[in-house]
Design a protein around this ligand. Structure first.
Ligand SMILES: NC(=O)c1ccc[n+]([C@@H]2O[C@H](COP(=O)([O-])OP(=O)(O)OC[C@H]3O[C@@H](n4cnc5c(N)ncnc54)[C@H](O)[C@@H]3O)[C@@H](O)[C@H]2O)c1
Length: 417
């Protein structure tokens, strides 16, 4: 297996487009592959196929080395293919392999048709622990007609990024996680990252199953920390003189705990934390084990959402209008998946309250979950909206600090903005 000069990236969505663009910016020849012709056309026109800060500039910087196609066969001329299609959650908490299988199969078949050996298949989408060894590699061996670790290599290499910070998160991560089918495949991928990363991250190499468990356990650990803050907040709120921000500030100053994710706010959401945590619980159940910490984090998270709704109901009557500000799961993104603000707005509407919403990222033009609500285009209009009895800041976009409200509007800000 030779050092990587040319890479293909299969799946040009929120994560894959950023992986392709940053690889090109860092000097690799890159071919992006997607089934969506619009995404392919946008990359070829030098435009970002998804909304993400710094992506447009990164595509421009690497444009001479970046192109896209719908033709899977073009991957064979590259040294490595990163696969980053969706891996949606199934009702039991496991992740579907369907998109990965559909993306990998034609490339494996093309590798066989062109008689190539030494191709590196890198799975970057999150998988159910065990899926790479028991589902993906057997399919690759069937389709290529080769043996994994001898005729081709496989790595499991998920990224730990947050939407809104994907480009920087990819280039300057704390951790690069590599699960490898064989030492040579891991070494080749490690060498790529040593050239690609702009910092010196910890590059952790291990077996594929260890890496699959590491990916979801790291996120599960963070959800546990967030749920701990929510559990403590709900207890502290019962004591009029208790201040949750001071309590967490003191706890976080102990270096055994640390301040990160120890901030009073609302539930966690987004496309990774809730799903990865539930996947860990699923994995334990499959082994006839319990994962009570993961299950409790999920339970507290639901409780935190219900608690917010109940609190709002105590402050308003059904004839009042409530403004829900911040529908995304974090600032700097338009994604509302499992977000506290979206949950509150939906619950209020379903229960007959009048709701208006605002978000700096999730606008009706790009985020369908917002369409059902009266949407404020400009939060400056809140100063004239005397009809709004209560405004709830559900996502800590810093811009909300300077928003002016009508004198009659009460403001509930669980985040210390
Ligand atoms: N978005 C995140 O914050 C994040 C963070 C960490 C991990 N992940 C993981 O990354 C994976 C992708 O997430 P995303 O948010 O980028 O998804 P996305 O839906 O934004 O993008 C997926 C892309 O894959 C393409 N695609 C689907 N099937 C294909 C196929 N057969 N061949 C080629 N392309 C195909 C789609 O057209 C789309 O462009 C998921 O497994 C997710 O769990 C996402």
């Amino acid at each position: 297996m030779k050092p990587i000069q040319k890479a293909s990236v299969c799946g040009l969505g929120k994560l894959g487009a950023c992986i392709a663009a940053t690889l090109a910016q860092r000097g690799f020849e890159v071919v992006g592959i997607d089934i969506d012709p619009e995404k392919v056309a946008r990359i070829n026109a030098g435009q970002p196929p998804v909304e993400e800060p710094l992506l447009a500039e990164t595509i421009t910087a690497g444009r001479a080395r970046l192109r896209a196609t719908q033709d899977y066969r073009e991957a064979v001329a590259t040294d490595v293919t990163f696969f980053i299609p969706p891996s949606p959650s199934l009702p039991d908490g496991s992740f579907s392999n369907e998109f990965l299988l559909r993306a990998m199969q034609p490339i494996a078949a093309a590798v066989r048709a062109q008689g190539k050996s030494g191709h590196l298949f890198v799975c970057s989408s999150t998988t159910t622990p065990g899926a790479v060894d028991t589902v993906l590699i057997p399919m690759l061996e069937r389709e290529t007609g080769g043996v994994c670790g001898r005729d081709f290599g496989v790595c499991y290499n998920p990224e730990f990024i947050a939407l809104g910070n994907v480009v920087k998160g990819l280039l300057e991560p704390d951790l690069v996680l590599i699960g490898e089918s064989d030492p040579q495949s891991g070494a080749v991928l490690e060498a790529l990252y040593r050239r690609y990363n702009q910092n010196q991250p910890n590059i952790a190499r291990m077996s594929i199953i260890s890496a699959e468990l590491t990916k979801i356990s790291l996120n599960s650990y963070v959800t546990m920390k967030i749920s701990f803050t929510n559990q403590l907040r709900m207890i502290a709120e019962q004591f009029p003189k208790a201040n949750i921000h001071q309590i967490l500030d003191a706890i976080g100053s102990d270096s055994r705990v640390g301040r990160k994710y120890l901030r009073a706010g609302l539930s966690y959401g987004g496309p990774c934390f809730p799903r990865d945590n539930r996947l860990l619980a699923y994995t334990a159940r499959q082994l006839n084990l319990d994962a009570p910490l993961a299950e409790a984090a999920d339970k507290v998270n639901h409780r935190a959402n219900a608690d917010l709704f109940e609190r709002v109901c105590r402050l308003v009557s059904k004839t009042d209008t409530v403004a829900v500000l911040g529908l995304t799961y974090k600032p700097d993104t338009y994604i509302t998946e499992e977000a506290a603000g979206l949950f509150l707005a939906q619950q209020l509407k379903r229960n007959g309250y009048k709701v208006v919403v605002h978000d700096y990222g999730a606008r009706p033009e790009i985020e369908p979950s917002v369409i059902e609500f009266e949407h404020l285009a400009d939060p400056a209009t809140l100063a004239q909206r005397a009809d709004i009895k209560l405004a709830v800041i559900c996502c800590p976009w810093p811009q909300y600090r300077s928003v002016k409200f009508a004198p009659a509007t009460q403001v509930l800000s669980p985040w210390k903005l």
